[in-house]
Ligand binder design. Structure first.
Ligand code: FNR
Length: 374
């Protein structure tokens, strides 16, 4: 397999249709998925010739740490549906590559267990189902030495994912004849799934937070929709580590995040999974960078190639998050697959730098990209 696309095809073969649809699907008519990809295709790379690119470097500095490549693994829920102990597999592959892994609130392994198995920098992504639970999760992440808290702000209510609704993809999982056929026709997946037991939302079934009602609410994505800027300030007071706000898409919100004490933001439309008609992060990036020249800005949604990473950084991002790309690797081949996908994207970044005459990602700027005429 030579590209993220190849891992996507392998993931599609291995997973039952309803699990692949959960991984892949978007909200509403799914136009957000196409928009995210089309935005990357609208930019061309502008090469400089006769530049010495015999030594190339993609290291960056992010929140006081050096990363060997400007990548972070994005938080994703229900990773055990793709591979047994999927959270730890992603965390270990990220650690091996020297990049951060963000654990979702909706993980299938607990904050503490992932910390035990991980080898690198860990971030914890917070969904606020209710404020008491959020405080408890934040305390646990701090006690388990997570460096960074990612507050996701684009799930006030659940996006309408029609594939999941049609497939009856919900927890607790209801067995239907169609689901049984779907599982039985994917025996490799079924075997590993059955031998590891039904995944739980482990953050809600351990320690002091044995909370079935919250587990169900999280699975239905019933968040505390009253969460607002004052609550962000309270979280800032509570959390001593780095704090990043995920899901913002306007320059005004970015400025407010910084004012509230956030260390950075993630421009994201949740990979097109929440509302199809949201702006594409890549499209709003240049304007936001102009208004906030010194803010740490990460970007996700639609990144599938090293060239997409190079374009994002040239347009002002400090680093890029991989969501589905690394999940395809996980679903196809577990931890090895995640490492392979990271390796492919790294090689693509390296080759792209060489071919546009830019020896380091730190030198990338808007002169290396041109809006395509079409
Ligand atoms: C997600 N995403 C997500 N985000 C988050 O903050 N908490 C979560 O639990 C999840 N869960 C989740 C599950 C799955 C299956 C996917 C694909 C995505 C969104 C994720 O962090 C990221 O924003 C997008 O995946 C980025 O888009 P791409 O790279 O998938 O196109």
């Amino acid at each position: 397999m030579f590209s993220v696309k190849d891992y996507r095809a392998a993931a599609k073969r291995r997973l039952p249709r309803m699990v692949f649809d959960y991984l892949e699907g978007g909200a509403d008519d799914e136009s957000g998925l196409g928009n995210n990809r089309a935005a990357f295709e609208r930019w061309e790379l502008t090469p400089s010739r006769l530049v010495d690119v015999s030594h190339r470097d993609q290291t960056i500095s992010l929140f006081g740490r050096t990363l060997p490549t400007p990548l972070v693994i994005a938080p994703t829920g229900l990773n055990a549906a793709f591979w047994p102990s999927g959270d730890a597999a992603l965390a270990r592959a990220a650690g091996e590559a020297g990049i951060p892994f963000a654990l979702s609130t909706a993980s299938n392994m607990s904050i503490e267990e992932v910390a035990r198995q991980a080898t690198g920098d860990l971030w914890f992504q917070l969904y606020v189902v209710n404020r008491t639970l959020a405080c408890s999760l934040v305390r646990r992440a701090r006690a388990a030495n997570y460096s960074t808290l990612v507050l996701t702000t684009d799930v006030a209510v659940n996006g309408f994912r029609e594939r999941d609704i049609r497939n009856g993809f919900a927890m607790p999982f209801k067995f239907s004849a169609r689901a049984a056929v779907d599982g039985l026709t994917h025996p490799r997946w079924l075997w590993s799934y059955l031998s590891n037991g039904m995944p739980q939302l482990e953050n809600f079934v351990t320690g002091d937070t044995l909370d079935i009602a919250s587990q169900a609410a999280l699975l239905r994505r019933e968040m505390d929709a009253s969460f607002n800027w004052d609550d962000l300030c309270r979280i800032r007071d509570e959390w001593r580590g780095k704090l990043i706000v995920k899901g913002v898409l306007t320059a005004e919100d970015v400025a407010r995040c910084v004012q509230a004490g956030a260390d950075g933001v993630i421009l994201s439309n949740h990979g097109g999974r929440q509302l199809a008609d949201l702006p594409v992060p890549l499209d709003v990036l240049p304007g936001i960078r102009e208004r906030s020249p010194s803010t740490a800005i990460l970007l996700d949604s639609g990144v599938r190639r090293g060239g997409d990473v190079v374009k994002s950084i040239a347009l002002g991002a400090n680093a890029v998050m991989l969501g589905r790309a690394t999940l395809y690797g996980l679903a196809a081949r577990g931890e090895v697959g995640v490492s392979e996908v990271i390796g492919i994207v790294k090689q693509e970044i390296d080759r792209t730098l060489a071919l546009i005459g830019c020896s380091t990602v730190r030198k990338l700027n808007s002169s290396y990209v041109t809006r395509s005429p079409a």
